[in-house]
Design a protein around this ligand. Sequence first.
Ligand code: HEC
Ligand code: HEC
Length: 193
Amino acid sequence: MSKSTLGTLLIITTLSLVAASFFFSQTAVSGGSDDDNEGYFSKIQYRGVMPVKNSEYQNECSSCHMAYSPGLLPAKSWQKIMTNLDDHFGDNAELLPESQQNIANYLLKNAADKSNYYRSKSIVRSLRNHKVVDRITQTPYFIRKHHEIPKRYVINNPKVGSFSQCNACHLNAEKSSFNEDEVSIPGVGYWHE
Ligand code: HEC
Ligand code: HEC
Protein backbone atom coordinates (compact mmCIF):
# COMPACT_ATOMS: atom_id res chain seq x y z
CA MET A 1 0.00 0.00 0.00
CA SER A 2 1.39 3.40 -0.92
CA LYS A 3 1.87 6.09 1.65
CA SER A 4 -0.84 8.32 0.18
CA THR A 5 -3.45 5.49 0.12
CA LEU A 6 -2.65 4.77 3.74
CA GLY A 7 -3.07 8.45 4.56
CA THR A 8 -6.45 8.61 2.84
CA LEU A 9 -7.59 5.47 4.67
CA LEU A 10 -6.57 7.00 7.99
CA ILE A 11 -8.50 10.17 7.28
CA ILE A 12 -11.61 8.21 6.28
CA THR A 13 -11.43 6.04 9.41
CA THR A 14 -11.01 9.07 11.67
CA LEU A 15 -13.89 10.89 10.01
CA SER A 16 -16.27 7.95 10.36
CA LEU A 17 -15.29 7.49 14.02
CA VAL A 18 -16.05 11.13 14.69
CA ALA A 19 -19.37 10.84 12.85
CA ALA A 20 -20.28 7.64 14.73
CA SER A 21 -19.52 9.07 18.16
CA PHE A 22 -21.53 12.17 17.32
CA PHE A 23 -24.47 10.00 16.25
CA PHE A 24 -24.32 7.88 19.41
CA SER A 25 -24.04 10.87 21.71
CA GLN A 26 -27.16 12.31 20.07
CA THR A 27 -29.24 9.15 20.47
CA ALA A 28 -28.00 8.56 24.02
CA VAL A 29 -29.08 12.04 25.04
CA SER A 30 -32.49 12.07 23.40
CA GLY A 31 -33.13 8.59 24.88
CA GLY A 32 -36.06 7.47 22.77
CA SER A 33 -38.67 9.44 20.97
CA ASP A 34 -40.02 12.67 22.23
CA ASP A 35 -42.19 14.86 20.13
CA ASP A 36 -41.53 18.07 22.03
CA ASN A 37 -39.39 20.58 20.21
CA GLU A 38 -37.13 21.56 23.06
CA GLY A 39 -33.54 22.45 22.25
CA TYR A 40 -30.89 19.79 22.38
CA PHE A 41 -28.95 21.38 25.24
CA SER A 42 -31.95 22.16 27.42
CA LYS A 43 -32.76 18.43 27.29
CA ILE A 44 -29.43 17.57 28.86
CA GLN A 45 -29.71 20.17 31.56
CA TYR A 46 -33.36 19.90 32.41
CA ARG A 47 -34.47 16.40 31.65
CA GLY A 48 -37.84 15.41 33.12
CA VAL A 49 -39.51 17.30 35.94
CA MET A 50 -38.10 18.59 39.22
CA PRO A 51 -37.64 15.86 41.84
CA VAL A 52 -39.46 16.38 45.17
CA LYS A 53 -37.08 17.88 47.72
CA ASN A 54 -39.38 18.96 50.52
CA SER A 55 -39.80 16.56 53.43
CA GLU A 56 -42.97 18.13 54.81
CA TYR A 57 -44.68 17.76 51.43
CA GLN A 58 -43.23 14.27 51.00
CA ASN A 59 -44.53 13.18 54.43
CA GLU A 60 -47.99 14.75 54.29
CA CYS A 61 -48.96 14.05 50.69
CA SER A 62 -47.70 10.55 49.99
CA SER A 63 -49.94 8.27 52.04
CA CYS A 64 -52.60 7.66 49.36
CA HIS A 65 -50.46 8.17 46.24
CA MET A 66 -46.88 9.25 45.60
CA ALA A 67 -45.94 12.87 46.27
CA TYR A 68 -46.19 14.25 42.73
CA SER A 69 -43.48 16.61 41.51
CA PRO A 70 -44.69 20.23 41.78
CA GLY A 71 -43.52 20.56 38.16
CA LEU A 72 -46.38 18.35 36.95
CA LEU A 73 -49.05 21.09 37.36
CA PRO A 74 -49.15 24.88 37.06
CA ALA A 75 -49.55 27.11 40.12
CA LYS A 76 -53.28 27.70 39.51
CA SER A 77 -53.90 23.96 39.71
CA TRP A 78 -51.93 23.54 42.96
CA GLN A 79 -53.83 26.52 44.36
CA LYS A 80 -57.13 24.83 43.54
CA ILE A 81 -56.00 21.55 45.11
CA MET A 82 -54.58 23.13 48.25
CA THR A 83 -57.71 25.18 48.94
CA ASN A 84 -60.02 22.17 48.64
CA LEU A 85 -58.24 19.55 50.77
CA ASP A 86 -61.39 18.81 52.80
CA ASP A 87 -62.98 17.53 49.58
CA HIS A 88 -60.02 15.91 47.88
CA PHE A 89 -61.24 13.50 45.18
CA GLY A 90 -63.70 11.97 47.65
CA ASP A 91 -61.19 11.91 50.53
CA ASN A 92 -60.46 14.32 53.34
CA ALA A 93 -56.80 15.33 53.07
CA GLU A 94 -56.98 18.35 55.39
CA LEU A 95 -53.81 19.47 57.16
CA LEU A 96 -52.98 21.74 60.06
CA PRO A 97 -53.04 25.35 58.78
CA GLU A 98 -49.28 25.81 59.12
CA SER A 99 -48.48 22.63 57.20
CA GLN A 100 -50.99 23.50 54.54
CA GLN A 101 -49.41 26.93 54.09
CA ASN A 102 -45.85 25.57 53.92
CA ILE A 103 -46.79 22.91 51.39
CA ALA A 104 -48.84 25.33 49.30
CA ASN A 105 -45.86 27.72 49.24
CA TYR A 106 -43.54 24.95 48.09
CA LEU A 107 -45.91 23.72 45.37
CA LEU A 108 -46.73 27.19 44.04
CA LYS A 109 -43.10 28.29 44.01
CA ASN A 110 -41.96 25.22 42.04
CA ALA A 111 -45.03 24.77 39.84
CA ALA A 112 -44.74 23.82 36.17
CA ASP A 113 -45.19 27.42 35.01
CA LYS A 114 -42.18 28.48 37.13
CA SER A 115 -39.99 25.61 35.98
CA ASN A 116 -37.21 25.24 33.44
CA TYR A 117 -37.60 21.48 33.16
CA TYR A 118 -38.71 20.62 29.66
CA ARG A 119 -41.60 18.31 30.59
CA SER A 120 -43.02 21.05 32.83
CA LYS A 121 -42.84 23.46 29.92
CA SER A 122 -44.62 20.93 27.70
CA ILE A 123 -47.38 20.49 30.29
CA VAL A 124 -47.91 24.26 30.54
CA ARG A 125 -47.92 24.60 26.76
CA SER A 126 -50.53 21.87 26.47
CA LEU A 127 -52.78 23.75 28.91
CA ARG A 128 -52.83 26.99 26.92
CA ASN A 129 -56.44 28.26 26.73
CA HIS A 130 -57.52 25.29 28.84
CA LYS A 131 -59.63 25.52 32.01
CA VAL A 132 -57.82 25.07 35.36
CA VAL A 133 -57.40 21.35 36.02
CA ASP A 134 -56.91 19.74 39.41
CA ARG A 135 -55.43 16.56 37.95
CA ILE A 136 -52.17 15.82 36.14
CA THR A 137 -54.10 13.09 34.37
CA GLN A 138 -56.46 15.71 32.89
CA THR A 139 -53.76 17.76 31.21
CA PRO A 140 -53.74 17.42 27.40
CA TYR A 141 -50.03 16.51 27.68
CA PHE A 142 -50.76 13.55 29.95
CA ILE A 143 -53.70 12.39 27.83
CA ARG A 144 -51.59 12.56 24.67
CA LYS A 145 -48.84 10.45 26.27
CA HIS A 146 -51.21 7.76 27.61
CA HIS A 147 -54.12 7.49 25.19
CA GLU A 148 -52.84 4.26 23.63
CA ILE A 149 -52.85 2.33 26.91
CA PRO A 150 -55.92 0.07 27.18
CA LYS A 151 -58.19 0.36 30.27
CA ARG A 152 -57.63 -3.28 31.16
CA TYR A 153 -54.01 -2.44 31.98
CA VAL A 154 -55.02 0.40 34.31
CA ILE A 155 -58.49 0.68 35.89
CA ASN A 156 -59.21 -3.05 35.56
CA ASN A 157 -55.70 -3.95 36.70
CA PRO A 158 -55.75 -4.52 40.50
CA LYS A 159 -52.02 -3.77 40.69
CA VAL A 160 -52.52 -0.31 39.18
CA GLY A 161 -56.09 0.87 39.85
CA SER A 162 -55.84 4.28 38.22
CA PHE A 163 -53.56 6.52 36.20
CA SER A 164 -52.94 8.54 39.38
CA GLN A 165 -50.62 5.76 40.59
CA CYS A 166 -47.73 6.86 38.39
CA ASN A 167 -45.20 4.76 40.28
CA ALA A 168 -47.11 1.53 39.59
CA CYS A 169 -45.80 1.71 36.01
CA HIS A 170 -43.01 4.29 35.96
CA LEU A 171 -40.12 2.60 37.77
CA ASN A 172 -38.39 5.90 38.53
CA ALA A 173 -41.49 8.05 39.15
CA GLU A 174 -40.38 8.80 42.72
CA LYS A 175 -37.25 10.37 41.25
CA SER A 176 -39.48 12.33 38.88
CA SER A 177 -38.10 10.49 35.87
CA PHE A 178 -40.75 9.39 33.35
CA ASN A 179 -38.75 8.18 30.39
CA GLU A 180 -40.49 5.73 28.11
CA ASP A 181 -37.81 3.09 28.60
CA GLU A 182 -38.39 3.06 32.38
CA VAL A 183 -42.00 1.89 32.18
CA SER A 184 -43.23 -1.55 33.16
CA ILE A 185 -46.97 -2.14 33.55
CA PRO A 186 -47.65 -4.71 36.33
CA GLY A 187 -48.80 -8.02 34.85
CA VAL A 188 -48.03 -6.74 31.35
CA GLY A 189 -44.31 -5.96 31.37
CA TYR A 190 -42.11 -3.48 29.63
CA TRP A 191 -43.96 -1.24 27.26
CA HIS A 192 -43.15 -1.38 23.59
CA GLU A 193 -45.19 0.62 21.16
C1 HEC B 1 -56.38 10.48 52.33
C2 HEC B 1 -55.73 10.16 51.09
C3 HEC B 1 -55.04 11.30 50.34
C4 HEC B 1 -54.11 12.19 50.82
C5 HEC B 1 -53.54 12.30 52.22
C6 HEC B 1 -53.76 13.04 49.69
N1 HEC B 1 -54.42 12.64 48.57
FE1 HEC B 1 -54.19 13.44 46.72
N2 HEC B 1 -55.55 12.09 46.00
C7 HEC B 1 -56.26 11.17 46.75
C8 HEC B 1 -57.16 10.45 45.89
C9 HEC B 1 -58.12 9.34 46.33
C10 HEC B 1 -56.96 10.94 44.59
C11 HEC B 1 -57.65 10.46 43.31
C12 HEC B 1 -56.91 9.21 42.84
C13 HEC B 1 -57.57 8.48 41.72
O1 HEC B 1 -58.38 9.05 40.97
O2 HEC B 1 -57.25 7.29 41.54
C14 HEC B 1 -55.94 11.97 44.69
C15 HEC B 1 -55.44 12.69 43.61
C16 HEC B 1 -54.53 13.72 43.70
C17 HEC B 1 -54.05 14.48 42.57
C18 HEC B 1 -54.45 14.27 41.12
C19 HEC B 1 -53.74 13.04 40.53
C20 HEC B 1 -54.17 12.82 39.10
O3 HEC B 1 -55.02 11.96 38.87
O4 HEC B 1 -53.66 13.52 38.23
C21 HEC B 1 -53.18 15.41 43.06
C22 HEC B 1 -52.40 16.43 42.24
C23 HEC B 1 -53.12 15.23 44.49
N3 HEC B 1 -53.94 14.18 44.85
C24 HEC B 1 -52.37 16.02 45.34
C25 HEC B 1 -52.32 15.82 46.72
C26 HEC B 1 -51.61 16.70 47.63
C27 HEC B 1 -50.89 17.95 47.24
C28 HEC B 1 -51.75 16.15 48.88
C29 HEC B 1 -51.21 16.70 50.20
C30 HEC B 1 -51.70 18.01 50.57
C31 HEC B 1 -52.55 14.95 48.75
N4 HEC B 1 -52.88 14.80 47.43
C32 HEC B 1 -52.87 14.11 49.78
C33 HEC B 1 -56.10 10.95 48.10
C34 HEC B 1 -55.23 11.60 48.92
C1 HEC C 1 -50.71 2.00 33.60
C2 HEC C 1 -49.33 2.43 33.65
C3 HEC C 1 -49.03 3.92 33.75
C4 HEC C 1 -49.42 4.81 34.73
C5 HEC C 1 -50.23 4.50 35.98
C6 HEC C 1 -48.85 6.08 34.37
N1 HEC C 1 -48.15 5.97 33.20
FE1 HEC C 1 -47.08 7.45 32.27
N2 HEC C 1 -46.71 6.20 30.72
C7 HEC C 1 -47.04 4.86 30.66
C8 HEC C 1 -46.60 4.31 29.39
C9 HEC C 1 -46.78 2.88 28.93
C10 HEC C 1 -45.98 5.38 28.69
C11 HEC C 1 -45.36 5.33 27.29
C12 HEC C 1 -46.49 5.58 26.33
C13 HEC C 1 -46.08 5.51 24.89
O1 HEC C 1 -44.95 5.80 24.58
O2 HEC C 1 -46.95 5.17 24.08
C14 HEC C 1 -46.07 6.54 29.55
C15 HEC C 1 -45.56 7.80 29.23
C16 HEC C 1 -45.44 8.87 30.12
C17 HEC C 1 -44.75 10.09 29.87
C18 HEC C 1 -44.03 10.45 28.58
C19 HEC C 1 -42.69 9.75 28.53
C20 HEC C 1 -41.88 10.14 27.33
O3 HEC C 1 -40.68 9.77 27.30
O4 HEC C 1 -42.38 10.81 26.44
C21 HEC C 1 -44.86 10.87 30.99
C22 HEC C 1 -44.27 12.23 31.22
C23 HEC C 1 -45.65 10.12 31.95
N3 HEC C 1 -45.98 8.90 31.38
C24 HEC C 1 -46.00 10.59 33.20
C25 HEC C 1 -46.88 9.92 34.05
C26 HEC C 1 -47.38 10.48 35.30
C27 HEC C 1 -47.00 11.83 35.85
C28 HEC C 1 -48.23 9.56 35.83
C29 HEC C 1 -49.07 9.67 37.07
C30 HEC C 1 -49.91 10.87 37.21
C31 HEC C 1 -48.25 8.41 34.90
N4 HEC C 1 -47.43 8.68 33.84
C32 HEC C 1 -48.98 7.25 35.12
C33 HEC C 1 -47.69 4.14 31.64
C34 HEC C 1 -48.24 4.68 32.79
